[in-house]
Write a protein that binds this ligand. Structure first.
Ligand code: HEC
Length: 210
């Protein structure tokens, strides 16, 4: 009985309500148009998915990576594409400072701040990371360090998802700086000192003139 009253009331509201509707409701028309709801199945495609996967090779706007030197760490050398022996952009002192900072954040925990493979997690029992001061690694080109930082090596994971492209190059440059710092000849060291002091004198003399 109660049910019946409710039902009558309901139909009455519907009838009354519909009386006030405009003839054509544009919003409702859009709502009711034939369309797929999110992830709804379809018979139109063989795999029955209405949401289609990206076409292979799709590149989002602004994400085209044509520069193999910058992105892959590869350079054309004697008609072959090899690990880059040069940096894709000029490495300034600021780049080295940024490389040092990034290296110390991401790499030093295993490879050690000076690159001897004695980082803190290794000291606490993590499988040892190699030092950078072996002949094998000293002779590697910049593109090699970029590639290891990008893709990983053996047990070490890649850092492409955490460290942006340019910073990976800056880290490579800093590793090569660490290598030089631990393996310079006396002549190189003295030459560097001379270059530095003549640089300082030069700076002093420019100061005097102004
Ligand atoms: C969690 C520890 C860990 C971190 C962090 C780490 N590495 Fe490593 N790395 C290793 C280990 C372990 C190996 C040796 C892997 C193997 O031989 O299977 C290695 C190997 C290497 C090598 C040597 C490849 C060769 O030819 O011998 C380089 C270069 C290197 N890492 C660079 C980096 C750089 C650059 C970073 C920071 C972006 C980094 N690593 C961060 C553990 C680490």
């Amino acid at each position: 009985m109660k049910r019946r009253i409710l039902y009558t009331l309901f139909t009455a509201t519907l009838l009354l309500g519909s009386g006030c509707k405009p003839l054509f409701d544009i919003r409702k028309a859009m709502y009711d148009q034939p369309k797929y709801e999110t992830l709804e199945a379809t018979d139109f495609f063989g795999d029955r998915r209405s949401a289609r996967p990206l076409i292979e090779g799709t590149v989002a706007q602004g994400q085209l990576r044509l520069d193999d030197h910058l992105y892959q760490g590869l350079e054309w050398i004697d008609g072959e594409q090899l690990q880059a022996r040069t940096y894709p952009f000029e490495i300034t002192m600021d780049d080295l400072k940024r490389g040092k900072e990034r290296y110390e954040i991401f790499c030093s925990v295993c490879h050690g701040v000076s690159g001897y493979g004695d980082g803190i997690v290794v000291q606490r029992g993590f499988p040892p990371a190699p030092g950078y001061h072996s002949d094998h690694l000293r002779n590697m080109p910049p593109g090699y360090f970029y590639s290891v930082a990008t893709n990983g090596y053996g047990k070490m994971k890649g850092y492409a998802s955490q460290i942006p492209v340019e910073d990976r190059w800056r880290i490579a440059a800093y590793i090569q700086t660490l290598q030089r710092s631990q393996n310079a000849t006396l002549e190189e060291y003295e030459a560097a000192l001379r270059a530095q002091s003549s640089n300082d004198n030069h700076l002093d003399s420019t100061h005097d003139h102004h």
